[in-house]
Design a protein around this ligand. Structure first.
Ligand code: TPP
Ligand code: SF4
Ligand code: MG
Length: 274
């Protein structure tokens, strides 16, 4: 449909932060169209979880991936179709649990894909188990006495891994989130947006974040400065945290020796004996 929605009926819980991400991406796609980047140039992947349902609701082409494999799928799409902008919707369990190696290596090679992290610090779809981003002491189905582990910090980890664009948004601040999405998609290189997304059913963090989120005046000019921003404990800074113009992986791959699609298909057919 023209408003970027589909006919799938929505099963997110009333009040879920995923609605904010859905609205922001629809607004971002319309903004990109205004900049000459049509929906035919955008393609999405998603992991499995409540976040992954966005794949059913958003009228964009894509590939509904496996749990933890949305980033690897996105990389494959980008390598085969360098002219497409690849958007990857990931849950915190999917991205930092099952799929963490794919996420780190995608950031390390600075491949030009965009990851939107639905950061609810819980396994939502499977009803409340602790995720790698759950706080120490989090009580859920798998940790009835409270989680013993400290959480990973997604922004620090992505900075250290080599991501060349990092932002943080909040589903209660939609214009800023839309803006971040547009910037992340336009960025050439690996972009990561940490989106604080309260899960009203299993980890309702609206009251936790409301008093501590704070807008950044400007992005950090160095990775070290960005690291200091990520380490802040008194506030949770929102906005573009870091953006650098390092050449993305695809631009650094030597061009010689590449074969045409037709030639590749011919060789595959011959290998298969077809
Ligand atoms: C390899 C694999 N392990 C486990 C599961 C079961 N599973 C499906 S969704 C999910 C939790 C998803 O959590 P998260 O990625 O944080 O997404 P959310 O539901 O919170 O959006 C799990 C464990 C699976 N589908 N595949
Ligand atoms: S379980 Fe949590 S993340 Fe899943 S739809 Fe409900 S509120 Fe959203
Ligand atoms: Mg989650």
């Amino acid at each position: 449909m023209d408003d970027l929605t589909t006919y799938a009926s929505n099963t997110w819980c009333v009040g879920c932060g995923d609605f904010g991400i859905f609205q922001a991406i629809k607004d971002a796609v319309k903004r990109l169209e205004g900049l000459g980047i049509g929906r035919d140039r955008l393609i999405m992947t998603a992991g499995i979880g409540c976040h992954g349902k966005i794949f059913d609701y958003l009228a964009l082409s894509g590939f509904y991936s496996l749990h933890g494999r949305a980033v690897s799928t996105a990389q494959g799409i980008k390598i085969a179709n360098p002219d497409l902008s690849v958007i990857c919707f990931e849950g915190d369990g999917s991205a930092f649990g099952e799929g963490i190696e794919h996420l780190i290596f995608a950031a390390k090679r600075n491949i030009d894909v965009t990851v939107f992290l639905h950061h609810n610090s819980v396994y939502g779809l499977t009803t409340g188990q602790a995720s790698p981003l759950s706080e120490k002491g989090f009580r859920g189905r798998s940790t009835p006495r409270g989680s013993q582990d400290p959480p990973l910090d997604p922004v620090t980890l992505m900075l250290d891994s080599g991501a060349s664009f990092i932002g943080r948004g909040y589903t209660a601040k939609l214009p800023q989130l839309t803006d971040l999405m547009v910037k992340a998609i336009l960025h050439k290189g690996f972009s990561f947006v940490d989106i604080i997304q309260p899960c009203v059913s299993f980890n309702n963090t609206y009251t936790k974040y409301a008093p501590i989120v704070e807008d950044l005046d400007r992005p950090a000019s160095t990775r070290e400065e960005a690291w200091m921003i990520a380490q802040r404990k008194d506030k949770v800074p929102l906005g573009v945290i870091y953006g650098s113009k390092e050449a993305p992986w695809e631009r650094q791959v030597p061009k010689g020796g590449q074969m045409s699609k037709e030639e590749r298909h011919k060789r595959i057919r011959s290998l298969l004996g077809a």
